[in-house]
Ligand binder design. Structure first.
Ligand code: AMP
Ligand code: ZN
Length: 124
C-alpha cells in the first residue's frame, strides 16, 4: 500500500519503520510518536524516540514545532522508566540527538537516543 502522507518521506528508514514496512521492536506508540529499541545498543537500555512526521533533524525544528517537541520531551522520562532505566538519581538516562554530519547523525529523521541501565556501557 502506498503512503501518501505529506509528512512521510518514502526513502527514509525511520518513516518505513513508522509505516511498519521495516520491522522494529516497539517501546511505545501513539498518534504522534513512535519509540523502538536501537538495533545496535550502546547501553543495557537504548531506544529511539521519533516523531511520526518526517522532520529531518533538530536543524529543521522551529517555533512551529514547539508544542510537538514539548510533548516529545515529556515522554522521555516516562518511557525511560518503562524501558528499564532505573529511577533518578541513582539510575537515570542519557538523552542524545545527533544533528547533521558533523553532529554524528546517520539517519536523517529526527530521533532522540535514550540510553540507560547499569554501567559500564559499550559506548558513551
Ligand atoms: P544516528 O547516528 O544518531 O543517526 O543514529 C541512528 C541510530 O539508528 C543508530 O544508533 C543505529 O543503530 C539505529 N538504527 C539503524 N537502523 C535501525 C533499525 N532498522 N532499527 C533500529 N535502530 C536502527
Ligand atoms: Zn522519515
Amino acid at each position: 500500500m502506498t503512503d501518501h502522507r505529506a509528512d512521510h518521506d518514502p526513502d527514509c528508514l525511520f518513516c518505513k519503520i513508522v509505516a511498519k514496512q521495516i520491522p522494529s521492536r516497539m517501546v511505545y506508540e501513539d498518534d504522534e510518536f513512535y519509540a523502538f529499541h536501537d538495533i545496535s545498543p550502546w547501553a543495557p537500555v537504548h531506544f529511539l524516540l521519533i516523531p511520526k512526521a518526517h522532520i529531518a533533524s533538530m536543524a529543521q525544528v522551529t517555533q512551529a514545532h514547539a508544542a510537538l517537541m514539548g510533548r516529545m520531551m515529556a515522554l522521555v522520562p516516562v518511557l525511560a522508566l518503562q524501558a528499564g532505566c532505573r529511577p533518578y538519581p541513582e539510575g537515570g538516562f542519557r538523552l542524545v540527538t545527533n544533528t547533521g554530519a558533523e553532529g554524528g547523525q546517520e539517519v536523517r529523521h529526527l530521533h532522540f537516543h535514550i540510553m540507560g541501565g547499569p554501567r559500564p556501557w559499550l559506548r558513551g
